[in-house]
Write a protein that binds this ligand. Structure first.
Ligand code: ATP
Ligand code: MG
Length: 322
């Protein structure tokens, strides 16, 4: 079981010559093991009912404290990878989070990204579009929020809402000011096609796109809503609108499944992350991001002979001071 090597102690007490490299290899291996089972790169056969929101792989609830430690190791690895991403300044990373309410998007973003340098990270929460947004094509507002090279951009909800909430509530579509002859039964298929092309375009421009669907069950959502109602510290999180949206659960699940079937690609995979146990969700999300970043041939930029000469000269000058 790879799990035991994910803990700090195990990593530190191993008597290995190049412990840093070894530690990286181990973290990468665990990151892959924790995230690959949930990765979808080809959607045709995808069925949401095959994915268990309670899944925790081989981990049981007694592993929770170690999972927390493991997450810490993952967060540190992520910080190192992000530092290189920033220094290299070539690749960009876009992380998209979609989920039903109370699935834990905010918490996952908060915990997984807790170690990264805020300067290298940009988070955008997409709410209902403004009238200015609606005056444009549906990807317009996204364009302004795309991550720069060297940065990690996080979308808390995204243009995927255009195939989710807008699909479940067709009256929203009617308000989008589209020419009526463009609103046909093909509109969702067309949106999927446009999204796939857009993500391919991003990937061809050096933006790594990773998408997360936090898969919470209807029962667990109810528990979390109840907690928000009964715990005064969580009252602020509760919204009656969210509870109302729950009434459309089955329609949402259908929309999510169709969305994943049509937009899971090699260059922009979906991760269907089990979300009934927050500690596990965060681990799997961290694993997927580490896995993605480590595929990017990241490295600190080499300094050329000119720069080396400059460094030596400056060092000499500094030494001569006083
Ligand atoms: P939280 O409730 O945790 O603060 P949230 O993401 O649920 O986070 P809200 O302000 O509650 O934030 O909800 C945002 C709302 O905006 C959601 O109901 C979502 O469906 C809606 N929304 C986002 N994008 C679009 C879109 N393109 N068209 C219509 N509605 C959208
Ligand atoms: Mg909400």
């Amino acid at each position: 079981m790879p799990w035991s090597i994910f803990t700090k102690n195990a990593l530190e007490t191993k008597n290995i010559s190049d412990s840093h490299v070894m530690k990286h290899k181990q973290v990468l291996k665990v990151a892959r093991n924790l995230s690959e089972p949930f990765k979808v790169t080809k959607g045709e056969k995808f069925r949401l009912k095959d994915m268990d929101p309670n899944d925790t792989l081989h981990l049981v609830s007694e592993d929770k404290p170690r999972a927390k430690e493991g997450l810490q190791v993952g967060v540190e690895a992520l910080a190192e990878l992000q530092d290189m991403l920033y220094a290299q300044d070539k690749w960009g990373v876009l992380l998209i989070f979609q989920a039903m309410d109370a699935a834990g998007k905010d918490g996952a973003i908060k915990h997984v990204m807790s170690g990264v340098n805020p300067q290298g990270c940009q988070v955008y929460s997409f709410k209902a579009p403004s009238s200015e947004d609606l005056d444009h094509d549906f990807l317009w507002r996204t364009m302004k929020c795309l991550p720069e090279r060297g940065r990690i951009g996080i979308f808390n909800r995204s243009y995927y809402e255009e195939t989710l909430v807008v699909r479940v509530h067709e009256e929203i579509l009617q308000k989008q000011r589209l020419p009526s002859r463009l609103i046909t039964k093909n509109i969702w298929r067309e949106r999927f096609e446009d999204i796939r092309s857009f993500e391919r375009y991003l990937s061809r421009n050096g933006i790594l796109v990773l998408k997360f669907f936090l898969n919470v069950s209807k029962d667990e959502q109810k528990k979390r809503f109840m907690e928000r109602i009964t715990n005064p510290d969580k009252n602020w999180k509760f919204s009656a609108a969210d509870a109302k949206e729950r009434g459309h659960w089955d329609d949402y699940m259908k929309a999510y499944e169709d969305m994943i079937r049509h937009t899971a690609t090699k260059e922009a995979p979906w991760y269907i992350v089990p979300a009934n146990n927050k500690w596990f969700t965060r681990l799997a999300v961290a694993g997927a991001i580490i896995n993605g970043l480590s595929s990017l041939d990241l490295a600190y930029p080499d300094v050329g002979p000119e720069k080396l000469k400059e460094l030596a000269e400056t060092q000499l000058a500094l030494q001569k001071e006083e």
